[in-house]
Design a binder for this molecule. Structure first.
Ligand SMILES: [Cu+2]
Length: 69
């Protein structure tokens, strides 16, 4: 598994945290470590999914996300 940190825009409350958590958990090959307002940390299987695909899943939920660092 590979660690990935996302910087996420548009999150403002616990609802947003829950929505981002769910969006990440729904992506095959992703294990959610931590989600907070503005950021998420996950582990993912590079054979199954890419960092860009994970960021896109969060963006599709309405929270523009970019891979950190
Ligand atoms: Cu919210």
């Amino acid at each position: 598994m590979t660690a990935l940190t996302l910087n996420i825009s548009g999150m403002s409350c616990g609802h947003c945290v829950g929505a981002v958590k769910q969006a990440l958990a729904a992506v095959p090959g992703v294990q959610v470590d931590a989600v907070a307002i503005g950021t998420a940390v996950v582990q993912y299987d590079p054979a199954t999914v890419t960092a860009e695909r994970i960021a896109q899943a969060v963006a599709d939920e309405g929270y523009p996300a970019v891979v950190a660092g």
